[in-house]
Design a binder for this molecule. Sequence first.
Ligand code: SDX
Length: 416
Amino acid sequence: MDLPIRHGSIGPSVLDVQQLYKNTGMFTYDPGFTSTASCESKITYIDGDEGVLLYRGYPIEQLAENGDFLETCYLLLFGDLPTAAQKADFDRQVTRHTMVHEQMSRFYSGFRRDAHPMAVMCGVVGALSAFYHDSTDINDPEQRLIASIRMVAKTPTIAAMAYKYSVGQPFIYPQNSLDFSANFLNMCFAVPCEEYKVNPVLARAMDRIFILHADHEQNASTSTVRLAGSSGANPFACIAAGIACLWGPAHGGANEAALKMLEEIGTPDQVDKYVAKAKDKNDPFRLMGFGHRVYKNYDPRAKIMQKTCHEVLGELGIKDDPLLDVAMELEKIALRDEYFIEKKLYPNIDFYSGITLKAMGIPVSMFTVLFAVARTVGWIAQWKEMFEDPSQKIGRPRQLYTGAPLREYVPIAQRR
Ligand code: SDX
């Protein structure tokens, strides 16, 4: 049977196997989808061998250097960079939706103060669907757009409220006079008793970190959002599913795990011991923040993250951060070690983000929450693309069954 080959605009072509089962009675088998394209997309492209990341064709380095996060949101959602007028209008729309329904603040008091903020995010973002479930007719493009803007605008507020709740401080309302990232830092660190001045260098760094995390092809959490959305579930519930998946230490939880690993290593002279553990087949320990399913070269985001890390430490006057010393030594040793070279394991975005965020005063438990705040626009853009794809249908993978063949029920009295 000839299988049609489809070619993309750039990157690998695909073998179209949609008719395979009908014509051969066989499935393809690809746990983890290492060689499987789940969809056609125009949003993000990664060249793992070259270490290239494009959002709608624009290199991540240029977007991070020249634009802001809301410009990247516009680009991911609508496909092109906005004109000045479009950008001003989009910024205004997002700003107008940053507040959450006042009743949502009651959800927080149901959590223990020491609840992991990602658990709070799963719960409260999922609860957004209770507020908008009936008012979101996802078949109406206008309402899909409003839902998209609401998600981008409200996740930072919900995230900041999770942080405030964990430290027992009052929630801080969004300030419409501040831009997206400055507003987020203000909601996290301002207190009602005195004026809080957002450090512009830290706000710029936060904005760049959001840009770097905005989208990344069909990663695990994005695939979760697409699969949830393929059943017609409302977008707020789909984003909550994406948050749950992102939490795992193999995925978005790696930034929190990477920082804890650096703290466990403690000093550069301990690095060799941990590199040996990472190479030991019998030791489940892995270098968190290293390796990637797609990047078999340096993650371009990690390079920008490292630069941002030095800028933030410099701005804060942190001369020698022991964690940075450990990270730099770990990177140096790993990158010249045969094991890492042969397996093409390089630092990924999670390797330097933790040091930067910790220096900015963000607690470790909030690292993956920030990843979720940034990735919300990517999830929504991918959900929108999936929903608007005329060929889309509910996702329903098949399996290779190796369980018991047909057998008759045995009454309990006859069981031995
Ligand atoms: C993110 O998909 C995305 O795009 C994700 C993401 C995004 O923006 O959405 O980029 C965000 O999730 C980044 C990745 C964060 N995770 C980590 O840093 C956790 C540590 N890394 C790994 O667990 C691992 O590298 C993965 C999960 C990231 C990728 O795993 P794969 O592609 O399934 O690769 P693998 O587990 O099959 O590893 C290949 C080999 C294995 O050795 P062998 O079995 O072939 O002998 O490399 C080894 C692994 O044991 N290996 C590592 C390692 N990562 C892989 N060995 C030591 N340390 C590591 N970190």
